[in-house]
Design a protein around this ligand. Sequence first.
Ligand SMILES: [Fe+2]
Ligand SMILES: [Fe+2]
Length: 291
Amino acid sequence: MPVLDEALYDYFRRSDRMGWSPYDLVERDSIENICRPERLDEYQRSAVKTVLFVEDHLPGYLSEYLRIMIDPETFGCDDDQLITNRNTLHFTFRWVAEEDRHAHVLERYLVQSGLCTRKELAEDMLRERKQAYIFPYHQLVEGFIYLALQEKATHLYYRALARDVDEPLLKTILTKMGADEASHGRFFYDMLIKSHRGDLDGLSKKISAVANDFKMPVQNNLLNYRRQLLGMMRAAPSYRHPDVFTDMMDAVEKAAQSYGRDSLQLITPELGRFIERDSTGGRAEEPSQPR
Ligand SMILES: [Fe+2]
Ligand SMILES: [Fe+2]
């Protein structure tokens, strides 16, 4: 529970500082003075729609997470687990609110910029939402690793797309969304790393196993998924999917170094400081730096 409390505290403090509204980002002034939709190529326009479809699957994600977290019959949870699950829902509710603003801001952007009509887009979104979302893991740790990788993939993709488009308003929107995704990823990293403090090698092995089988969010839910995915990759050529796995493994590695130093200092503070200075020549990074 202390691990969850700490991760929740850090997440909520970040989230409170990072608040933004789809109505501030996409309004008449920003559309008239900043937005240059004619600068987007065909792949970039369709990538924005694909991203919206992924974000807009939220009612499906939320009902699945609630089913997993509150139904004691589903996974045979004991009382302690159910109490923890309720506390984890503090994260879930804020998290889905932030994911919802991603869908909301992209829908507003596509319509207000004139790239899509409201009716056409609403029908596309309805069609793409129809397939039920099934959470692919039944083990908590594997599920959290999967979510961490998914959040990191969306963070790195939004960052790459923001870099690769030449449309100022879309760049701003993607940068805000990317920061949210980084914060979500960080919550799962914190939970996993802190709860595996004594067994980070074991965590690395589990990450490798989940990453080997990793599929992008709602891979089974979008129509013509392969074509849509190909379009996303063409729209953001600077995106490198292997970086997702590397980022998470780097976070575990940093934590291992930091924890190793902590334990040296716990045993013999003077010797620990001496060894740290001697072997690294400087201060090592904290495991929980913003990523
Ligand atoms: Fe999102
Ligand atoms: Fe996210």
